[in-house]
Design a protein around this ligand. Structure first.
Ligand SMILES: [Zn+2]
Length: 327
């Protein structure tokens, strides 16, 4: 039987029970091919195996929720995780263990917003704001400053965006109109932590595949490699994450589904997972390339095959989801 010290009552799990049950009902059929594995995980040899329903955290594949005779248990707390992250207006959710949810949130999910803002800044999208730091020669201290793109696409710099903030030396500099003379300043513009952004993209693509293909994806070779990438145990072999970014509405239509096979060029032999992201002033569809279930080496080959500088014809064909929609 389940070890009593490993389980907590479902009531203690921080998600609405109905929501948990809906998730479990949706994914339980997809767990059936793995039932022998689950039986071994849950019961001792020789135990009489009762009827049960089981959901396993798709990210760590260790923590679980389990229902037997209408009693529900979890190996830890579970919560709903947004993919892509909420900070880029992600609206799809997956039920994951709280530890995986918190870990991704602290370690890398927060960077997706920086990625979007930096892109909008480079494209001079009006309304874009990026937090910077400024240090002016002969003025004591450094200050939170801001760069914005105005309605004409011009770059504006604000030394003291928060007027209520106390910054005596800087305010003195402004009041004495010292900026009328020659002056120099160091401005620090934070760059997106790309290694973290890559993990966030991989996680969104991974959970999208789980949402559409269920546990067959999780237990595939590709699923295992992607978990290793998220845990930092291996690097993603293809150098461009995300691979393609579409922000022109006309070009967005080239992507006919959430998961597509790239049908041309055929030799790329890969799937594109579309990740919709939005900020206040900018939205796009970013794609992560995922190989077939046992085709991980294809990602290495792609480095030779795809030159993103070349504007070539790429065709996408939508792959219908295997999993039923959420009721
Ligand atoms: Zn987990």
């Amino acid at each position: 039987m389940l070890s009593p010290d490993k389980v907590v009552h479902l009531q203690e799990i921080g998600v609405l029970q109905e929501k948990v049950l809906a998730y479990m009902r949706r994914f339980w059929p997809a767990m059936q091919p793995y039932k022998t594995m689950l039986d071994k995980m849950l019961f001792e040899a020789g135990d009489e195996i009762p009827q049960y329903v089981f959901y396993i955290c798709p990210i760590c594949t260790n923590e679980f929720i389990y229902i037997q005779h209408n009693a529900a248990f979890g190996s830890c707390e579970f919560s709903c995780d947004h993919f892509p992250p909420k900070n880029v207006k992600g609206s799809t959710q997956a039920l994951v263990c709280k530890s995986c949810n918190n870990k991704a949130g602290h370690e890398f999910d927060y960077v997706t917003k920086d990625f979007l803002v930096e892109r909008a800044l480079n494209m001079r999208i009006p309304g874009t704001v990026i937090a910077t730091k400024v240090q002016i020669k002969d003025v004591k201290g450094w200050y939170h400053s801001e760069m914005t793109i105005d309605e004409n696409g011009e770059l504006m710099f604000s030394f003291l965006p928060d007027k209520n903030k106390k910054a005596v030396p800087l305010q003195a500099f402004m009041e004495k109109r010292l900026y009328k003379k020659d002056w120099t300043a160091d401005i620090t513009i934070p760059r997106t932590k790309l290694a973290k952004a890559e993990k966030a993209f991989i996680k969104s693509a991974y959970l999208t595949c789980f949402d559409q293909f269920g546990y067959d994806f999780i237990y595939s070779e590709t699923g295992r490699h992607l978990r290793n990438v998220m845990e930092g145990k291996e690097t993603y072999p293809y150098k461009n994450i995300p691979a393609f970014i579409f922000d022109d509405p006309e070009k967005m239509q080239l992507i006919p589904g959430t998961i597509c096979r790239i049908t041309h060029p055929q030799e790329w032999n890969v799937f594109a997972v579309a990740i919709p992201m939005a900020d206040q002033h900018y939205s796009c569809l970013a794609t992560v390339l995922i190989p077939g279930p046992d085709d991980w080496n294809q990602l290495t080959l792609l480095n030779e095959l795809i030159d993103t500088e070349v504007d070539r014809q790429v065709s996408f064909t939508a792959i219908p989801p295997v999993m039923p929609k959420m009721p």
